[in-house]
Design a protein around this ligand. Structure first.
Ligand SMILES: [Zn+2]
Length: 122
């Protein structure tokens, strides 16, 4: 399988990621979170290609990249956005979906017999 990064090794990818994130002040282009506010967020910094590489976007052109958090990048997935605002809206909607899934799962798990039994032994 051909790499979507066109032969860029991980060191060069990291370098590009840092250049893009510095240019964007380490703020996620989609949710606006400050990626320097904790080590965990810094670790989760990522770069998104505005025009997907699979759609002919240039994987080396930093004008085609924005700094973002890994969560937004994952939420965006393969969605083809026609603007940053469009991507932002799509990600926001997916996050709302995940928020409700989270609440349902948390409530279900916290109240489950499984958790209670585990709780007896731990
Ligand atoms: Zn984000």
């Amino acid at each position: 399988m051909k790499s979507k990064y066109q032969g860029l090794n991980s060191k060069r990818r990291r370098k590009i990621r840092n250049i893009v994130c510095r240019r964007d002040n380490y703020k996620c282009a989609y949710c606006g979170i400050d990626l320097l506010s904790s080590p965990m967020l810094f670790y989760f910094r990522s770069v998104d290609h505005l025009e997907a590489i699979g759609n002919g976007g240039n994987s080396l052109d930093i004008d085609n990249m924005v700094c973002c958090c890994n969560i937004c990048n994952n939420m965006k997935g393969d969605y083809v956005a026609n603007s940053i605002e469009d991507a932002r809206q799509y990600i926001e909607n997916r996050r709302l979906e995940f928020d409700s899934m989270y609440l349902v799962e948390k409530r279900r798990f916290r109240n489950s017999w499984f958790k209670k039994i585990i709780g007896w032994f731990w």
